[in-house]
Design a protein around this ligand. Structure first.
Ligand SMILES: [Zn+2]
Length: 87
């Protein structure tokens, strides 16, 4: 009885874990070149490495590791700095 319940719980955990596991291609941290890169389709800000400069349109269409002129070359918006301390 007790063991059956444990097996059922383990099966449930495994099943939910598989369902919730994020696709690495969609959720992993991206590599952002110093010179910048446009993302099409845009990516989540959560995927940017620490210290990246990025265009925040809700999602990220452009990011780079150097501030440069601080302006998105795609849309002209001011770039945001991805720093944990600021949030
Ligand atoms: Zn932009």
């Amino acid at each position: 009885m007790r063991q059956a319940a444990l097996v059922a719980m383990t099966a449930l955990l495994l099943a939910s874990g598989a369902a919730c596991r994020p696709d690495p291609a969609l959720s992993g941290t991206v590599t952002v070149p110093a010179a910048g890169q446009a993302f099409d389709p845009p990516i989540s800000r959560l995927r940017l490495p620490e210290g990246a400069w990025y265009c925040d349109m809700g999602t990220v269409e452009y990011a780079r590791m150097e501030q440069g002129d601080g302006v998105c070359p795609v849309c002209g918006m001011a770039l945001e700095h991805n720093v944990t301390a600021a949030h």
